[in-house]
Ligand binder design. Structure first.
Ligand SMILES: Cc1ncc(COP(=O)(O)O)c(C=O)c1O
Length: 311
């Protein structure tokens, strides 16, 4: 049997989809990106309706200037992980800024949002513990559960009653219970009933991690995400997020008040064994965070656009 033979059925499905819809997603090439919302595709100006560029910051002048300055002063890359040669003052400063923005004691940054989930979730729940995931969780959350050693349990999407039922069944078992939900779901676009989940978490003495990848900068009075909008930040043990959406770059983060948080720097393999973010990205993200804080009108405009589109 050939190496890729087991994917033949999938290849057939892909070919059918291309034949039926006349478009192969991997064949679409942006010949030139004109702005956060427009690119030249097949020689034609095309509206980009499928990006995660919620606040349009990829072309923000301040962010671009910060990135360019950082290339000039610090070079194009760090060529090493944080634990080796990849911790610059810029990285430390962004962690301090994120901790301040979220009003938390600690923050760590990662090279992608995907790695943030891999690192945090595979570390928090050990072999005696339980990772309790919303069934519609992002692939990075599922992949994290495979990297770690915890027992994985899924509950029905956005269903606090089902979560309660599953935690009740675990009553009396040893080990920590770590619940994982998203702020806004990546594929469905709906929001978690976070205050209800927080109540269930309190009842069972569990921990809760919220992935605010799509809700940071989008929800909450100051853009901290769904936990802020739902008024339950004090109940959230760990917030994970990404720089690749509203912040317009790439990278990931986790913030928490947990006293031993920093130990993750020496036990999370996706953090320890991958090169740190290049200075240009750290600089543009640090600036984007400032822009989110200083310009709440970007969020107001986003929601006005949403209401126009769906209204
Ligand atoms: C909920 C969620 N978490 C994590 C990620 C991974 O983030 P990144 O693409 O920045 O690695 C994504 C990406 O789409 C996501 O939707």
């Amino acid at each position: 049997m050939g190496l890729f033979d087991r994917f033949q059925a999938l290849r057939g499905l892909l070919d059918d989809a291309v034949a039926q819809y006349g478009a192969n997603p991997f064949a679409v090439k942006m010949e030139r990106v004109l702005s956060p919302t427009e690119a030249i595709v097949n020689g034609r100006p095309t509206i980009l309706a499928g990006t995660n560029n919620y606040l349009g910051l990829t072309f923000n002048e301040e962010c671009k200037a910060a990135a360019i300055d950082a290339v000039h002063s610090e070079g194009t890359g760090t060529t090493g992980s944080r634990i080796a040669n990849g911790s610059y003052a810029l990285h430390k400063n962004l962690e301090a800024e994120l901790a301040r923005f979220y009003g938390r004691r600690h923050a760590m940054i990662y090279t992608t949002g995907y790695q943030a989930n891999l690192a945090v979730l595979s570390t928090l729940a050990g072999s005696e513990d339980y990772l309790i995931l919303d069934a519609d969780s992002h692939a990075s959350i599922y992949d994290a559960s495979r990297l770690g050693a915890a027992t994985v349990i899924r509950f029905k999407h956005n269903d606090p009653t089902d979560l309660d039922k599953r935690l009740t069944r675990l009553a009396g078992t040893g080990g920590n219970k770590v619940i994982v939900v998203e702020g806004i779901y990546s594929m469905l676009g709906d929001q978690a009933p976070l205050a209800e989940f927080a109540e269930v978490k309190r009842k069972h003495g569990a921990y809760i991690v919220v992935d605010e990848a799509h809700s940071m900068g989008v929800l909450g009075a100051t853009g901290r995400g769904l936990a802020e909008a739902a008024g339950c930040e004090a109940d959230i043990d760990f917030v994970v997020g990404t720089f690749s959406k509203s912040l317009g770059a790439i990278g990931g983060f986790c913030v928490s008040d947990h006293a031993d948080f920093d130990i993750m720097r020496v036990v999370s393999r996706p953090y320890m064994f991958s090169a740190s973010l290049p200075p240009s990205v750290v600089a543009s993200v640090t600036t984007a965070l400032k822009v989110i804080e200083e310009r709440p009108e970007l969020r107001t405009r986003l929601w006005a656009n949403v209401n126009t589109l769906y209204g």
